[in-house]
Design a protein around this ligand. Structure first.
Ligand code: GLY
Length: 381
């Protein structure tokens, strides 16, 4: 059976790699990809064996299909099923996963299949980077957020009680398989939250994509497969383009953090719980980033109404009245939480700001008093 309706995007790390070190890889985006996973993964394997790392929620829906697909290619597989949820991105769970992988007899030449959303992708990718000084892995992302962002680009890691993703490594996957059909099993809230990351690419540098989202975003959220595939492809292309030029975030990759300085701080405030999903934090964070840009005089604020109206249409939160955030932290506490951002340099926060939709930029050394004044001007006391 041919691989139908599938787009392929290359993450081309040749320019970022030392000579002879070919870590470039393909992202496949399409329908029924799990069925073809065995066929696509087989050429990467040194022996007909793989370990699948997944979580209990995802396993219920997709593990048997993936194992059948591997089995059809005579690839034996073992599965490690971890608890779902952000709290799995912990040191304790990392240790548990590493021990289980070793107990399953993983060899340095093996390829781990990582089947899950952002949490499993980040955790298992990090375990792969550490195990036997680096084992290969394939990402099979099962959430919108993972398909459009976290499975691509090699950022892996876990959370520390002091902040999100503070412990981690860059470790690129060998391949990414984004199966659009898998998104059918997600809740409406998780689809919408993932949409926050899709919108991010448009706001960063693609006004045309933003206009497409104004037309098609609702359709995508409501389940239109072709709209979903187009948006995942556009997002992966945008990310692949940036990562290919700046794998280790020495410069422009920081743009991918639009909305994240505010968003991560709000997620920390809500203990990374279901009160605020990552994409919801990013949506509110992007609005705050545009408002802060306007506060600093970089734009006239005209786009803010358009962005908020679009988020409203999609059903995503766009301001601090979102009830999951209550009670809001003080401005001082918010600043403290924002300082945990990995872009902080010599104590100074780095912000991703915007002149307009599609024209974002990196701004360092923003005066701390201005940040506090802005936070006070919002609802932070
Ligand atoms: N999610 C931001 C990045 O991968 O750089």
């Amino acid at each position: 059976m041919p691989l139908t309706q599938c787009d392929t995007i290359k993450v081309d790390l040749k320019s970022a790699s030392i000579e002879g070190d070919n870590r470039s890889y393909d992202i496949y985006v399409g329908q029924r990809l799990i069925e073809f996973a065995g066929r696509l993964i087989k050429p990467l394997l040194k022996r007909p064996f793989s370990i699948i790392v997944t979580d209990d929620n995802v396993a219920k829906h997709h593990l048997a299909n993936l194992q059948a697909s591997l089995g059809n290619q005579e690839i034996a597989s073992e599965a490690i099923i971890l608890p779902h949820g952000e709290s799995s991105k912990s040191m304790r769970m990392l240790e548990d996963l590493l021990e289980q992988l070793i107990a399953h007899g993983i060899e340095r030449g093996d390829v781990i299949c990582v089947l899950g959303g952002g949490v499993i992708g980040d955790l298992a990718g990090f375990a792969a980077s550490a195990l036997r000084r680096g084992v290969d892995f394939v990402q099979i992302p099962t959430s919108v957020l993972a398909q459009v962002d976290s499975s691509v680009g090699g950022k892996t890691g876990i959370n520390s009680p002091q902040g999100k993703n503070l412990i981690g490594a860059f470790h690129q996957p060998k391949m990414v398989l984004a199966d659009i059909d898998i998104l059918d099993t997600l809740s409406e809230r998780h689809i919408k939250a993932g949409y926050g990351e899709i919108l991010k690419y448009a706001l960063i540098n693609d006004l045309e994509f933003f206009n497409w989202l104004l037309e098609n975003g609702k359709k995508l959220v409501d389940g239109d497969k072709l709209a979903r595939q187009y948006a995942v492809v556009k997002s992966c292309q945008a990310k692949a383009n940036i990562v290919s030029q700046d794998e280790k975030e020495m410069g422009m990759r920081a743009l991918l953090n639009l909305g994240h300085t505010f968003g991560h701080a709000l997620e920390n405030h809500t203990n990374y719980s279901d009160r605020l999903l990552h994409g919801e934090g990013v949506a509110i964070g992007m609005v705050l980033a545009f408002e802060f840009s306007s506060y600093l005089g970089f734009n006239n604020g005209g786009d803010i109404t358009t962005i908020k109206a679009h988020l409203e249409q999609i059903g995503l939160p766009h301001d601090l009245s979102f009830n999951g955030l209550e009670p809001l932290p003080s401005a001082k506490r918010m600043l403290e939480l924002m300082r945990q951002d990995k872009k902080t340099e010599q104590g100074n926060l780095t912000f991703i700001l915007a002149k307009s939709i599609g024209q974002s930029f990196v701004e360092k050394n923003v005066d701390e008093q201005k940040i506090l004044n802005f936070l006070h001007a919002k609802q932070f006391t």
